[in-house]
Each structure stands twice: as C-alpha cells, then as structure tokens.
Design a protein around this ligand. Structure first.
Ligand SMILES: [Fe+2]
Length: 502
C-alpha cells in the first residue's frame, strides 16, 4: 500500500522529521486531540461500546441540487423490505407530512443504501422528518433552513475518524483501529462531535457543512466494510441528523464504495470517478459549489464537470470549488508533493471558469493564500507515482525534488496581496483547512511559499465559518482550545460591486 511509509512517518516524535532518498522530507508529529482528558469521556466509552460503533444505519443529510432540496442517505438491513421513504413536516407532531420516496441499492454485505430527495423547501423554516428502515419509521429529527441569499456555512478539513491510531492517550493506552473496539475511531468521533457542538453553539445560523475530504481513515478497498465503524463514529455526531454536509472524496475515502452508500450527493456527474464516487455540484442561493474528486488526476474530466456546473447555473454570483489535495497549501508533506501534481492542470481551470474560492484539505495545517492566477503558459502534466515520485507525460519516474518539475510548479502569478479585503477580485483564493478533529496533524513546510498569506499550526482542531450574500464572501477561522473557539486569522473578505457581470 502506497500510504504505508507515510503512516510509519506519522508516529515518529514531534521534534523529528525524516529525510528520505531524494531529499524529500515527511512531516512527523505525535500531536493529536486526546479525547480521554474530557469530563464526558467515560460516558462516551459506554455509549461507544454499547451501540455507537456497531450501528451502521445512521442517516446523512446532503445539500440537494439547489437550496430548495435536501438529500438523505441511510443504510437499512438487506432483508428484502427496504423502504426508501422520508416524511417531512413543518410540525413536530408530523401532522400534514409530505412523503418523499427514493431508491435503495445493495451496499456492504447485509445492508441496503437508501437515498431520497426532499423538495420544495422554503427559507427560514423548521422541518421535522422521519425516515423508514424496513417498514419502520425512525424517531422524529429536525433541521432548519435559514436565508437562501444570505447564509453561513461551516468549512472543515480531514475529520479522518480513526487517524489517531498509534497515538498514546493520557491514560497510557495506545490507540488502535484493528479490533472491533477501534479505540482510535472512538477517540476521534468524540472530538468530531465536540467540534460541531462548539462551532454550532457559536454560529447557530449555519446552513450546511463543507468537508474537504478524508471523513474516515481506513482506506480499505472495494466493498470491504472495514471502515464502517469509522463512518458509524462520523455520522453519530449529534448535528449530523440536523445539518447537511457536502463532502469531497479524500485519499482515505477514495478506494472504498462505502462513501457512495453513505452520501447522496446531488448532480452526480459520473466523472472524475474513483471507487468511492466522483464529481458533483449544487447551487445554494448566490453561489455555485463544484466538488471534485482529485484522487482522479484526469483534469479533462474535472473541466467537463466545471463546464456542466456553470452551464446549469450560469448566473450565480459566486463560484466555489472544493477538492481534497491542496494545490496551494503550506503543510508537510503534501503541499510539496502530490498536491502540486494537480497544480499545473487545475490552476488555469480556476481562471477559465472564474472561480472565486477553492477549499482544500489533505495537509492537516491551516493556510490562506493570496489571490492567485495562472501564469498563462503551457505546462506539462504529471501523475502521482508513489509518495516519493511523480511521472511526467513521457512516463519518466523521478522524485518530487526534480528541478524541472519544481520549476513547472511555478505556474501561478500572485494577482492580489491585499491583507484582509479585496473588492472585485481578479484571482482565486485558496484555503487549506487544518484537521477539524485533531485526529492527525502535520508540520508546516519549513519555507513558507510566496503564495501563502497566512498559515498556522497550533495542534488544535480548527474550523472556518464562511458567510455569503450577493455582495460579500467572508471567512473566519477558529481553533478550539479549552473547549472554546479562538480566532487564528483575521476575517478575510471578498466583495463584489459588479454582480451583474454574469
Ligand atoms: Fe487526511
């Protein structure tokens, strides 16, 4: 498995980095969010062992094709009686409920994946719903819409439930993910719930979550259910029943079908595919969201998706793209390796389709770029070969440190260096999210790249709150320390006065 070397590196002392052949340096950190120090820990251990880890049937909400729709997905037992049905009401007693029916397909052994879309939602409305498993209704849950043209969202990176494996807790236990108990997933699922609770307490008006990939850690293949306990921990967070989440496919999610069974992504294009799924898009108020699976390096397919998305929703004021591998980040090791494999091909697409913001993950560090554009020159494309090397178009394999390859990656220009606010920007903002759970952290790359405006690594779970309306996109980023959110960067704002241009 290609990832083996990186996993091995992750358990080496925080003070160390490891230099490999070719001069390539891996991050190595023992920092992680140790949930066992929390007052609620013992209670959580009981819950985890009793039911949480073995319940694969939790629901996930996803934004629909546009703001008037909500997508649902959940597992039920494969006993021939799947009932993919959601009832939706504006009353808590479910009176006057509207029924939405969808489809069910075989998921992992013993389970069906149920998917339903609810339609005709209105803004600023509380909704109550229940979904059906094998003919039986669930308990009533709820969600609410906020304003469709002026709203907030939560942007998170790499929850990666289970990635704390190999770490040692305050109680002296070494976390693992190989037994049925999966103590690593238990630790990280606790942290995920805490991050969402903290973010939502401070920002109760958030409409949906954007997760930039690696929801779970165990990159098992095909229909192997070995990561289901991690999904069970991820979907157990209280807010998962009440908050839609738009996820992208991370390298840890990519090789396994369970992702596609758990999430009902809108406008599934069947392009940019890996085993887990592919690219999709949706519109929400004044913004278009294009979600790319960059584990697939076929950027011609990603371009097709961007074209389709823009053709479907040509008039949105904002265009936001999210993918996992950070092409402009500042962490070890990816911002100097597999992230930049994609850089030469994706940067011009962000220009061509007039993308305002790119949301990235993968590097478990925080950074915010200056506004960047392509240098308009032709650049070679590269492919990911292993964690040390790339291949060029002629099929030559060489290390990331190769001088010609490094030179190709100067394929950008810095369009704007304004520190906190840009009006009618010409260029794209690239955000890199740190881990939202603290299941794993990387070091910052020693030499800050010239395209990075601000970066941060304090070894704390972080999240960003994005607020958007017809004229303004703003982003604030927080770390959670002592259970409280603390800002780690100033508010950064993009403004538009020429909103009629599209
Ligand atoms: Fe990750």
């Amino acid at each position: 498995m290609n990832g083996r070397k990186r996993y091995a590196a992750a358990v080496i002392s925080a003070a160390l980095t490891v230099t490999l052949a070719g001069g390539y340096v891996y991050a190595a950190t023992q920092h992680f969010a140790d949930s066992t120090t929390d007052g609620a820990w013992e209670n959580w251990v009981q819950q985890w062992e009793g039911q949480v880890r073995t319940d694969y049937e939790k629901i996930a909400l996803t934004p629909g094709s546009n703001e008037t729709q909500m997508n649902f997905a959940w597992y039920s037992k494969a006993d021939g009686t799947s009932t993919p049905k959601v009832e939706l009401s504006t009353q808590s007693d479910m009176s006057g409920a509207v029924i939405f029916e969808g489809g069910a397909t075989p998921a992992i052994d013993g389970y069906m994946s149920n998917k339903v879309t609810a339609k005709a939602l209105t803004e600023n409305t509380a909704y109550y719903y229940r979904y059906y498993k094998n003919g039986m209704p669930s308990e009533v849950s709820s969600f609410r819409t906020h304003g469709f043209n002026n709203y907030a969202m939560l942007y998170v990176g790499d929850p990666q439930i289970g990635a704390s494996k190999g770490q040692t807790t305050s109680k002296g236990d070494k976390l693992e993910s190989d037994s049925d108990l999966n103590t690593a997933a238990r630790n990280d699922a606790f942290s995920w719930n805490k991050t969402l609770n903290t973010a939502m307490s401070a920002n109760p008006d958030i409409s949906f979550i954007l997760s930039a990939g690696d929801q779970i850690n165990k990159n098992v293949e095909g229909k192997d259910p070995g990561n289901e306990v991690e999904y069970a921990g991820f979907l157990n967070a209280g807010w998962m029943k009440s908050l839609p989440i738009a996820t992208t496919i991370g390298n840890h999610d990519s090789t396994n079908e369970s992702y596609s069974f758990h999430f009902n992504n809108p406008n599934d294009t069947q392009l940019g595919k890996t085993t887990a799924g592919g690219d999709y898009f949706y519109k929400y108020g004044p913004a278009l969201y294009v979600i790319l699976n960059t584990n697939n390096y076929n950027c011609a397919e990603h371009e097709q998706v961007m074209k389709q998305a823009v053709a479907a929703y040509p008039k949105t004021i904002w265009r936001i793209v999210m993918f996992h591998q950070d092409i402009y980040g500042s962490g070890l090791d990816h911002s100097d390796s597999d992230g930049i494999v994609l850089r030469t091909q994706l940067t011009p697409l962000m220009d061509k389709y007039d993308v305002d913001v790119v949301l990235q993950g993968h590097d478990h560090t925080y950074s915010r770029s200056y506004l960047l554009k392509s240098d308009s020159k032709t650049h070679s494309s590269y492919d990911f070969y292993d964690w040390d090397n790339v291949t060029d178009e002629a099929g030559h394999v060489f290390p990331y440190s190769n001088a010609a390859y490094q030179a190709e990656n100067n394929c950008y220009t810095i369009a704007n260096k304004m520190p906190d606010s840009v009006t009618n920007a010409d260029g794209t903002l690239y955000m890199e999210a740190n881990s939202s759970t603290g299941s794993k952290y990387y070091e910052l790359i020693p030499n800050q790249q010239d395209y990075i405006a601000v970066r941060n690594q304090n070894w704390n779970p972080t999240y960003s709150v994005i607020r958007i309306n017809n004229n303004t996109f703003s982003i604030d980023t927080y770390e959670i320390t002592g259970g409280q959110p603390q800002k780690i960067d100033q508010t950064f704002t993009l403004k538009k006065t020429n909103i009629a241009r599209r």
